[in-house]
Design a protein around this ligand. Structure first.
Ligand SMILES: Nc1ncnc2c1ncn2[C@@H]1O[C@H](COP(=O)(O)OP(=O)(O)O)[C@@H](O)[C@H]1O
Ligand SMILES: [Mg+2]
Length: 379
């Protein structure tokens, strides 16, 4: 082989190597781009898994779902017939083989399998068809046990989450209300949901003191049912009781009396009947649960360290949750405690919004949040 042949041979080898390098470079570039592309499609979800309703917040989109936490199941086949709004309409109206149930009770999972399936349904509905699994932050009441926390984490991971984090509800509510929770400043959050009322004082991103009790919106409905039965000898359904509460319910005497007609069954004749109910009757009907909520607020204030109590006195009490919308409740709390009480802008959405905002910090928060990776999942 001559000298020139050698040169040509080496050139050939370099040429091939250059091509290989070029192809490799292109591949790396494609992978990089692919990752960016994938990240754009990957969704993170924030979930307010409430007793009354489930709200789903998708990162970058806001609240994408808000549905009652009710599921209708055919008992013969174990199939889901309806979830959310549609299932809620069936409550109290189902034939023998169908049951409409709320898988969350008192803020925790009461029916694990149904909760898992319900979450799966909401994940799919919130994200559409995608192969990507979401990272999920779910808020839980502050007083729940380790076992109850684990149940939420497992249900979420089995339902298809890539990774699940938990955040305590009062913290999420405060973030949702726009409070800077990282400051050394006391804030009191009163969250009245369907199943539980949570009263918490938070400062420096943590809960200093809290109390959770199982008297909230649902108990108010039950109180109304009992009152109408006793006073008018009439049986009404829970949905009618809730309508009464929302339309004419009141926790503080109204300046102008309002009325509403309600239909039910006359307990003496067994026949349907309509009765006109007044808002002052509602005041009487709701007295018991409302006074218990007041007592809880008082007891937390009593135990609050003086510095934080002074902060709360300055800034006021913050109310959130659907129950906060009960007419006059903010005024009653203001009057009984002497502390200004404000309802957040969106009491039903604030926890979900806060959970959603926490998604932005999921990488930073990782050490503070309760993480599903630290809990072994048996598949
Ligand atoms: N305008 C209103 N007045 C009084 N109660 C209300 C009103 N709107 C919703 N609620 C009550 O709020 C409760 C649900 O609140 P929500 O924060 O969604 O509960 P959860 O967090 O348990 O899902 C229900 O008991 C519902 O009846
Ligand atoms: Mg809630």
């Amino acid at each position: 082989m001559g000298f020139l042949d050698n040169i040509a041979y080496l050139k050939g080898i370099f040429g091939i190597m250059e091509n290989i390098y070029d192809i490799m470079y292109k591949c790396i570039d494609m992978i990089k781009r692919g990752q960016i592309y994938m990240a754009a499609f990957r969704t993170d979800l924030g979930i307010d898994l409430g007793t009354a309703s489930i709200l789903v917040y998708a990162k970058g989109k806001g609240i994408v779902l808000n549905e009652p936490s009710v599921v209708a199941i055919d008992q013969n086949t174990n199939k889901f017939l309806a979830v959310g709004e549609e299932a809620k309409k069936m409550l109290g109206r189902t034939p023998g083989n169908i049951i409409a149930l709320r898988p969350m009770k008192d803020g925790v999972i009461s029916n694990y399998q149904v909760t898992e399936k319900m979450l799966k349904y909401f994940f799919t509905k919130a994200m559409g068809k995608t192969i990507f699994k979401p990272r999920v932050i779910i808020c839980v009441p502050s007083g729940i046990t380790e076992v109850e926390k684990r149940a939420v984490l497992e249900a979420s991971n089995h339902a298809g989450a890539r990774r699940t984090f938990l955040i305590e509800e009062p913290i999420a509510a405060a973030i949702g209300a726009g409070i800077d929770i990282t400051e050394p400043n006391g804030n009191m959050i009163v969250d009245i949901g369907g199943g539980t009322t949570d009263v918490a004082v938070i400062s420096l991103g943590g809960i200093v003191i809290s109390r959770s009790m199982k008297i909230a919106g649902d108990e108010c409905n039950e109180s109304i049912v009992r009152y109408i039965r006793k006073k008018h000898n009439m049986m009404i359904g829970e949905r009618s009781a809730e309508d009464l509460k929302i339309q004419i319910g009141t926790a503080y005497p109204r300046e102008k009396e309002v009325f509403m007609e309600v239909r039910g069954r006359n307990l003496l004749t067994g026949l349907p009947r309509t009765v006109k109910i007044s808002s002052s009757e509602m005041l009487e009907a709701l007295e018991e649960p409302i006074s218990q909520i007041m007592e809880t607020v008082h007891s937390v204030l009593e135990k609050t360290p003086p510095e934080l109590a002074a902060d709360i006195g300055d800034k006021g009490i913050v109310m959130t949750g659907g129950g906060a919308l009960l007419y006059g409740l903010d005024r009653l709390i203001t009057e009984k405690t002497g502390i200004k009480t404000n309802i957040v802008e969106d009491p039903i959405g604030s926890v979900a919004i806060g959970t959603g905002r926490a998604l932005e910090w999921v990488n930073l928060l990782e050490s503070d949040l309760i993480d599903s990776d630290s809990i072994r999942i048996n598949n």
